[in-house]
Design a protein around this ligand. Sequence first.
Ligand code: BES
Ligand code: ZN
Ligand code: MN
Length: 504
Amino acid sequence: MTRSPNKLIPADFATVPGLDALDAAHVHVGEAWDAQAIGIGVPVTGEVPAELGFDREALKNAGFEGAAGTTLVLPRADGPDLIAVGLGEASEVSVATLREAGAAVVRAAASRSRIALRVDAGVVNRVDAISALVEGALLARYRYVPLLSDPKHVPLEALTVDLGTETSDPADDDAAVRAALVTARAAVVARDLANTPPGHLTATDMGEIAMSLGRRFGFDVETHDRDALIAMGCGGLLGVNQGSAEEPRMIVLRYRPSDDPTGRLGLIGKGIMYDSGGISLKPSDPMHLLMKMDMGGAAAVLGAFTALRDAGATAEVLGWLMCTDNMPSGSAYKLGDVLTARGGTTIEVKNTDAEGRLAMSDAFALANEEDVDAIIDIATLTGAALISLGAKVAALLGNDERMIGLLKESSATTDEAIWQLPLERRYRTQLDSDIADISNLGGPYGGTITAALFLDHFTGGTPWAHLDIAGTMQTDSDDSWRTKGATGFGARLLLDVARRFTRP
Ligand code: BES
Ligand code: ZN
Ligand code: MN
C-alpha cells in the first residue's frame, strides 16, 4: 500500500521509536564500566560522597545544596562527567525522590548516551530503588521524534545503576530493572499516541495499533466499526462521529491472567482523536492544537494494557477505547439532537463540545453487560479540571470509597498526582432535560463535577472511579521525568491499580 506523505506513522506501531528506544537501552545493575556521565546522589546534610572530589563547601559555592531534583555538572578532562544530583533530606529519600534523581541526571547529561547512577537509596528497599531510578531515567529521556528529519535527540544506549551495596540475589536486581522497563513502556506508549498529530492517528489507526500491541504484549483486541456500532446501539459514540469523514472505532481489550482471575476490572478511555468542538466549534486558539491529545484517556488505558502480562496482573482486565474525532460538517450532530446510548438512555445534546461523556456513555453499559466488579474511566473531559487543579494534578471522583482509596494508593506509588472532588448530587438537576432522560451540559460552574455526574448516570451503581486528566495530559516544559508534550498520565497509575485489583 502506498502511504500519503502526510501519514508517516506506520500502521504497525511496533516500529514507533518510543518502544524501540526502550528496547535499545541496555540497563543493568552494578559498576559502570564505560559511562560518559556518572550521576552521584548527594543529600542536603551529612557526608558528600568522596568520589565527587569536592566537599560540601565547594558544592555550595557552586550553587548546589543537594535539594531534591537539582543537579551540578562537573566535567572532567580525563574521565566521565560527574553529576551531583540532590536527594533532599537523607532520611526522607523516597521512591519519588529516586525517580526524580534518575530523571534529573539524564536531563543534565542530555548529550550522553551512556549514563551511570550511583545513589544511596537510604530506607527505600533495593528493588523499589532500582526500579525508581531506572524508570525516572527512561521516562526523562523519552522524546517524540518520528516526524523530525534530523532528530538532535540522543537516545539512551546504556544505563547502569549502583546503590553502593551488594545484592543477595542478582535475579532480584534484574527483576527490578525489568519492572521499570515495563512501567516505562506503559507511559511511553501512551505518550507516543497522544503526541501523534491527528492526521497521522485516526480511530481506525488506533484500532490497528491496538491489534499489533495486543499480539506483542499478550492481550486480545476486538475492533468495532461504524456498522458494528450501529448494530450494537452505541448511539453516544456514533453521535459524536456523525460529522466526521473518518470512521469511529470502539476498541475492546481483554487481558486474561494465566491463573484463575482475582477479579474483573473494566477500564474505559475517552478516545477523541481530535476535538474541534463540532458545531459548538472551538475558537482558533493555540491551546486547541492540544486537542490532538483528547484521546489521552484511551492512550493511557492502551499503555497500561501493554504492561499487564509482564507486570503479572492477577485480575482479568477489560478495556473499552471509545475512538472518533469530533468534527463539524453537514452531517454533524447538532445542538438539540437526542442520542440514544447503548442500554437505552436518551441524551439531549446541548453542546457538541461536551462530546467525551457521550462517546463514553455506551461503554458503561457494555462494561456492566460483562459483569465487571468495578469500572475506572479516564478522560480529558473538562477544561474545568485544568482550571481547578492545574496541570499537575488530575481530578478524581467516584461512587465507591474502596475504588477511590485504591486510586489514591496507586497515585502515591506512581507519583501521578490526583485529588478527589465531590460527586455532589445537589448539582444533578443541572443535567435535566425537557425532552430526554438527561442532557450533556451542566451549568457554568463546577464543570468537572457535572461531567462526572453525567457518567455516574451510566454506571448502574457498579463501583466506579473517574479520572479527569484534561489538566495533566500534557506539560508545557520538561518537568522531572515528564517530558514536554504528552505526559502519558494515567498509564502507570492504571497499571498499578489493575495489578493490585481484587474482587471486593
Ligand atoms: N476535550 C475537552 C476538554 C479539555 C479542555 C481537555 C482543555 C484538555 C484541555 C472537552 O471535550 C470539552 O470541550 N469540554 C468542554 C465541556 C463544556 C462544553 C461543558 C469544556 O471543558 O469547556
Ligand atoms: Zn473533548
Ligand atoms: Mn469537547
